[in-house]
Design a protein around this ligand. Sequence first.
Ligand SMILES: [Zn+2]
Length: 385
Amino acid sequence: MIKIRQDFDGGNIEVVEIDGDRVTLRQELRDNSSWWFYWAFAAEGLPKEPVTFRFDNGETVSPFGPAVSLDGVRWRWLGAESAPDRKTFTYANTRGHGRVYFSFCLNYRPVNFGFFLQKYGLQGSLFRLAVSEKGADIPLLEIGNPDAERHILLAARHHACESPGSSVLEGFLEYVLAGTGALSRGYRFHAIPFADYDGVIAGDQGKLRAPHDHYCDYGNGSIYASVRAVKALAEKYKGAIVAALDFHAPNRWGGENDEPFLVKAENDADGAALFSRILCEECSAGYEVGAIPFSGRRDVEYMTEWNTWGDSSFSGYMHEVAGAPLSVTLETPYFGAPDTFTMTEDGLRGLGRRCAAAVERYLIQRAFFFEQVGQRVSIKRKPPD
Ligand SMILES: [Zn+2]
């Protein structure tokens, strides 16, 4: 007897029908203002013979098939051959596993972040950013030099379902924790791993949440506790924030969604455009098998296409209100593409490390500018309490 469950962090599924070896499913849109594609579920009681899972609300199965996991922590692609079209996949439980997890993407849940903290002994660096609408403690990680006068803000999951951003953030933090470069010595890092924490736990889409999502809540009268707390943090270090990076994932697949790109909060040639060129160089140097390419050719200029949220978005707010010279969103694909690269968790973390290396070079290159900023605001801050 097949049983479909979604009672775990990140779970999202509606069972339409189970008819023998055919299961019809649908992603839950919940309070979304329009269609989106995220889903994750666990199946129990699967037979050894193939079972066909079919989604009846749009194309939500990747060209690599679904992501599959036995523990809900480590994921791999089931494979292109498992998915005859973008609505269907087939799975045969030949080894008789009691429970198998399936998801739209390589899923990154709070438990993954817990393992990351454990691996690097960071429990003492974890603080409460705020209490969420559902009463949960929203995590804030603070690392780097506690006496540094310059600050860098890092965020992920302003859109709850965008798991790739979390693995990229992990890679970025790994680079800082390695402690070999100027980045670790000269800066204090404030990382918000789950900006929409309730949404991540609940398995919400998060993107296009009504009346607006967390990313677009940075204007006057912010409605989410986490956003109000991030704004307070930015206010506390105003003038001393040299960079703010927000890690996202784009739309499902196809075209610009198949390679990473930056969404800029300004069009200054010395700002995000310079960072984009450096990141491109970092991603080209020592290119290894499985590395995620970055060319910069898909970058979205400020106030063009859909990048028109201004200072009511995280990136716009950090640049225009908090005064961060560099403020960008990095959009990292869920999948890659069959003819370019296949997304892996290692690849995502590698991109995060390269992104950190690019920030380091960018800051060194613009040292004179920051010297001026430092003189103007003359900040001597204590470590945060
Ligand atoms: Zn996003």
